[in-house]
Design a binder for this molecule. Structure first.
Ligand SMILES: Cc1ncc(COP(=O)(O)O)c(C=O)c1O
Length: 449
């Protein structure tokens, strides 16, 4: 029977589409303990030695996990060692507005604004017309962008495709916004028909639309021009706000030839990106950019005497090291370095997809994407070993600059060896994933040509 093994592994929830994830509390029993230091020279020395021992083992563990990481869009290839060494003795905190210095002087606003200017230039908005900040992650950028949308249109309805990152739905819950889920095409792109139909059902209320510039699972890019066209054609002119969730591709797409532009020359309200994804950074971080006219709506309520600044950001204290590292990374790589890295990711993603398909494994690679989607490996140990991200019957590898051809070959060889055992040398049929990635990409018995 086609798909019997893989399907049986994925238990579906009540709506029969959302797989139930078996959650295992596996840290509570394995976590480290913090014990009170004892008094006396010998005890202190023993304690220091045991702490050192724990750290050495931890570093070994991190090295091994870094070597076997394919599923999440993090560039693990960076070296900020010398910068961190210089700054590790300071508590750098950019609390408050990036453009208005507070009374707390140990900050890195000069780096933060340089990073913001760089992104403003990339996404084509003049210095005097934008506002933004270095966030703690892509999620915070989404929370901020959608908050701005809500402040601009307090009675607006949030529209987001069902393949949107969960942070957008988190924002809707946090802000108690009405949120409409829009269907997607098999590629993961938003369904224009469904978007239009749902907008027409709510004509009386403004629209706040989350556009995905690269969905989490399939790396699908929503066409901004089409979103704008649909809004304007259906009576929403001057009554819409678009937030672009560009967590990963916001930094990659500008470097692909012929890719549509993410630009504030179009009527968009905000763009967010994760800093630790494509650039690579030892701590999660991100950037959000919005229009300064919108920012006014938030800042009027957020003047803080205690800081001698304004704070319209989502957080309070803000990591001051991240802007320095982003500044360092962007200065060293430059447009040229980023273009080279982005194009290498695309080439390696094509290589991975082709190797999977020539090995008889169903796989999808969307245009402008380095996310290769394929049938979910059957064995959870294999999934953990390579840290693959899975959803239902599919898994993906996000090809980042640290995913080399050698790594891809190693992964494929191991996968093929395991599959021999899983499918007993062809005696058991391969799963059908046509519904997930399209018939043309499915290599099950029924769909392979
Ligand atoms: C499309 C998309 N948006 C937002 C996020 C959240 O980014 P972060 O993990 O930086 O919070 C992700 C994470 O993978 C993502 O894929």
């Amino acid at each position: 029977m086609v798909g019997s093994i893989a399907n049986s592994l994925v238990e579906l929830g009540e709506d029969n589409t959302t797989p139930m994830v078996p959650l295992v509390d596996n840290v509570g029993t394995t976590c480290l303990a913090i014990t009170e230091p004892e008094v006396g020279k010998e005890a202190v020395e023993a304690k220091d030695a045991s702490i050192e021992d724990v750290l050495v083992k931890y570093v070994e563990h991190l090295k091994e996990r870094t070597q076997h990481h394919l599923g999440y869009p993090y560039n693990l290839d960076f070296d900020y060692g010398s910068v961190i060494a210089k700054l590790s003795g300071f508590s750098i905190n950019n609390l408050g507005d990036p453009f208005i210095e507070s009374n707390y002087g140990v900050h890195s606003r000069q780096f933060e604004v340089a990073v913001l200017d760089w992104f403003a230039h990339l996404w084509e908005i003049n210095k005097q017309d934008y506002w933004g900040y270095v966030t703690s992650c892509g999620t915070e950028g989404n929370l901020h962008g959608i908050l701005v949308g809500r402040e601009v249109f307090p009675d607006g309805i949030l529209y987001a495709s069902k393949e949107t990152h969960y942070s957008v739905f988190k924002a809707a819950r946090m802000y108690r916004m009405e949120c409409v889920k829009v269907e997607t095409l098999v590629s993961g792109e938003i369904s224009w028909e469904d978007l239009q139909a749902k907008l027409l059902l709510n004509r009386n209320k403004p629209a706040i639309v989350n556009a995905n510039i690269g969905t989490t699972v399939k790396g699908a890019v929503d066409d901004l021009d089409k979103v704008i066209q649909i809004l304007e054609r259906n009576g929403f002119k001057d009554r819409f706000y678009i937030h672009c969730d560009s967590a990963l591709f916001g930094l990659m797409m500008p470097f692909f030839n012929q890719a549509p532009k993410i630009t504030f020359k179009k009527p968009i309200g905000s763009v967010s990106v994760s800093g630790h994804k494509f650039i690579g950074c030892p701590m999660p971080c991100g950037v959000v950019i919005t229009r300064s006219i919108y920012e006014k709506k938030l800042s009027d309520f957020n003047q803080v005497e205690y800081l001698a600044s304004v704070d319209s950001t989502i957080m309070g204290s803000r990591n001051g090291l991240a802007p320095v590292l982003l500044w360092h990374g962007l200065s060293r790589k430059g447009y040229k370095g980023l273009r080279k890295a982005a194009q290498k990711c695309l080439r390696n993603a094509i290589y991975l997809k082709e190797r999977l398909r020539e090995s008889g494994i169903s796989a999808l690679l969307n245009p402008l994407s380095s996310t290769v989607v394929f049938e979910r490996p059957i064995d959870p140990t294999f999934i953990q070993q390579w840290q693959l991200a899975c959803e239902g019957n599919i898994a993906h590898v996000v090809v980042m600059p640290n995913i080399t051809i050698t790594k891809i070959d190693e992964f494929i060889e191991e996968l093929l060896e395991m599959r021999e055992a899983w499918f007993r040398g062809g005696k058991i049929a391969k799963p059908c994933v046509a519904e997930n990635i399209g018939r043309e990409n499915c290599l099950c018995e029924l769909h392979k040509i």
